[in-house]
Design a protein around this ligand. Structure first.
Ligand code: ACK
Length: 317
């Protein structure tokens, strides 16, 4: 299998603009592990035009990863090279030279995934009687910048930022296909970064993408047309964005609580939608419902959504 891996890597001529020496990278710890991939925290010496040490995140494969996972990692690299937006995670460099594992070096987001951030603030808000040890546990490796309480205005700002990142991706004719709070990262000063392009694919001419039958699918974030016909478009990303708003309002709850994924498609077809969460304004609920229109064409664009959130934010000033 090793020779095949080398062949795949060689298919991509090393890009001097991005190639970074492994010797200038010091791996510090594992931030998270998936089925085949893992994310590490590291310090990089003189990366992306910045002198000295920079804390970075490194995406790499686990030892038992298969060829297709390496392909996914490399196509994520190809996509990340092309994108540049404050609300989309930024590529800093890559290690593809022979003699070590493939590393994608991306900007480090201090607060980690938005989902875990929201859930941590929830614990701190609701269980203010937690003892110090428990609070320390929640803070774990994110204990440097303390998780402060998240305000309704913060949540609107997150939604607006994610819209802007997604609007940029859709302008680039990219469909994310796995937009969810777990795939948005939160960097310092509470800036949201859309990430995890593992599933991202170029949009075909007809603006739809037929998914290859592989891997696990995020059913509770998926539009009915994706579930039924594997159709992925910017409009199915908008559906997922509606679910993401629901995650924001519920501080990281899992959508459709109590509903089994096997039953979901039928319920959605019959017109069932999640009800308005307790602390959600009718205006915000109207926005999420508009994302869940059965007809993809009737759903708003990210540009429209962004304008609506800008207006809601203005009202909060
Ligand atoms: O909430 P988390 O700690 O934040 O759990 C996940 C975990 O790795 C697996 O994806 C964290 N993670 C991923 N990418 C980054 C990054 N660029 N900066 C900081 N943490 C990251 C994520």
């Amino acid at each position: 299998a090793d020779t095949t891996f080398i062949n795949i890597i060689n298919k991509y001529a090393p890009d001097p603009k991005w190639e970074f020496p492994r010797s200038q990278l010091v791996i510090e710890q594992t931030l998270g592990e998936g089925e085949f991939g893992k994310v590490l925290r590291a310090k990089a010496q003189n990366i992306a035009g910045k002198a000295g040490l920079t804390t970075v995140a490194v995406k790499t494969l686990k030892d038992d990863a298969r060829e297709s996972e390496l392909n996914d990692l490399l196509s994520e690299y190809q996509l990340l090279k092309e994108v540049s937006h404050p609300n989309v995670i930024r590529l800093l460099g890559v290690c593809t030279a022979p003699g070590g594992p493939v590393y994608l070096i991306i900007e480090y987001a201090e607060f980690g995934s938005l989902r875990n951030y929201l859930r941590r603030t929830r614990h701190l808000q609701q269980n203010s009687n937690l003892n110090m040890v428990q609070k320390e546990e929640y803070a774990c490796h994110y204990d440097e910048p303390k998780v402060s309480d998240v305000t309704p205005k913060d949540l609107l700002s997150f939604a607006w930022q994610i819209c802007n990142g997604m609007g940029y991706l859709s302008d680039m004719k990219l469909v994310h296909r796995d937009l969810a709070a777990r795939n948005v990262l939160l960097s310092e000063e509470k800036v949201c970064k859309v990430s995890d392009f593992g599933l991202t694919r170029d949009v075909y001419e007809d603006n739809a993408y037929l998914k290859r039958s592989k891997g696990r699918v995020p059913v509770k974030w998926m539009a009915p047309e994706s579930l039924a016909d594997h159709i992925y478009t910017t409009k199915s990303d908008v559906w997922s964005f509606g679910i993401l708003i629901w995650e924001l309002v519920t501080l990281g709850a899992t959508p459709y609580p109590g509903i089994a994924v096997q039953n979901l498609f039928h319920l959605l077809r019959q017109g069932y939608r999640m009800e308005r969460p307790d602390n959600c304004s009718p205006g915000l609920y109207k926005i999420m419902r508009s994302c869940w229109h059965i007809d993809p064409e009737q759903r708003p664009s990210f540009l429209e959504l962004s304008k609506w959130f800008a207006k809601l934010l203005e009202d909060k000033m």
